[in-house]
Design a protein around this ligand. Structure first.
Ligand SMILES: NC(=O)c1ccc[n+]([C@@H]2O[C@H](COP(=O)([O-])OP(=O)(O)OC[C@H]3O[C@@H](n4cnc5c(N)ncnc54)[C@H](O)[C@@H]3O)[C@@H](O)[C@H]2O)c1
Length: 267
């Protein structure tokens, strides 16, 4: 039920953080994996690995094929070239995980201010591009092949931020809410063709960037606590592996919160 033998998975933003944990889990389960990041040295930024090449070497220990690609996914031409090159190397992509993104503004860190009425316009545009347009662009180059072949699984990484009113990270939350609605619409469009499209909304999760870019509470980092804490990348990766695998073969258009029960309201 959980084997991914024979699957070819592209995980965007997988040089580090959640994307890396998901790519590793899919490789462990037998998938051939295409790693991707915006730059070859993106894994270095928060000390997770020296380069994309080093991450690829780590994943090859699981026995499957591993390809790698560098592209800014807000650039349509670069995104198309990336997908074409990866499919030439590995074969048709059957699993797509759109994980690239984050509350990262035009100048690298979080926008200042980061609220609704004062966030700078360049940060607004970059936030929508980085989180929503990039997800749409990758789907638009990978999903036509899935539709033609009559199968495939897409998983979009949204956020619990998309499902509640916020005073910080507002445009990020709006972009992720767009990712959720994109998930539902694409699921409807691809339903007759047997292609499933789902989303995960992680709660606060202890990736290296998360830990490096905000003050955190020590007790919330304690993984001995069952639920009332930050999540781990591996907990999100396990849910991702389920949603792209045969265990979820009749699930499409859904949003799964992976937040330890932090948000318990509907919607
Ligand atoms: N960590 C959390 O608490 C958390 C919670 C909810 C959702 N998320 C989402 O999970 C995903 C991963 O977050 P993370 O915490 O692992 O952060 P991260 O910064 O480690 O990972 C994000 C990845 O996306 C890549 N990326 C960013 N912009 C890109 C672009 N324009 N083109 C190509 N690649 C680009 C980055 O280089 C990086 O590899 C993001 O979409 C984020 O919004 C994270």
């Amino acid at each position: 039920m959980f084997s991914l033998n024979g699957q070819i998975a592209l995980v965007t933003g997988s040089g580090r953080g959640l994307g890396l944990a998901i790519a590793r889990r899919l490789a462990e389960l037998g998938a051939d994996v295409a790693l991707h990041d915006i730059a070859h040295d993106a894994p270095q930024q928060y000390g997770e690995a020296a380069s994309l090449t080093q991450v690829a070497d780590q994943l090859r220990q699981f026995g499957g094929r591993v390809a790698l690609a560098v592209a800014d996914l807000t650039d349509p031409a670069a995104t198309e070239t990336m997908a074409r090159n990866l499919e030439q190397e590995l074969g048709p992509i059957s699993i797509l995980v759109n994980c690239a993104g984050g509350d990262i503004g035009a100048h690298g860190g979080k926008p200042v201010p980061n609220d609704a009425l004062n966030i700078p316009l360049d940060d607004m545009r970059v936030m929508i591009d980085r989180n929503l347009i990039s997800t749409m662009l990758v789907c638009r180059v990978v999903c036509p092949g899935m539709r033609q072949r009559g199968g495939g699984a897409v998983l979009n990484i949204a956020s619990v931020a998309a499902q509640v009113g916020l005073t910080e990270g507002v445009v990020y939350a709006v972009a992720k809410a767009g990712v959720i609605e994109w998930t539902r619409c694409l699921a409807a469009e691809l339903r007759p063709h047997g292609v499933r499209v789902n989303a995960i909304s992680p709660g606060p999760t202890m990736t290296a960037r998360f830990l490096a870019t905000r003050p955190t509470e020590p007790h919330m980092r304690d993984t001995a606590i069952p639920l009332e804490r930050y999540g781990t990348p591996e907990e999100v990766a396990d849910a991702a592996a389920f949603l792209v695998g045969a265990g979820a073969r009749f699930i499409s258009g859904q949003v799964l919160r992976v937040d330890g029960g932090l948000q318990l309201f509907a919607g």
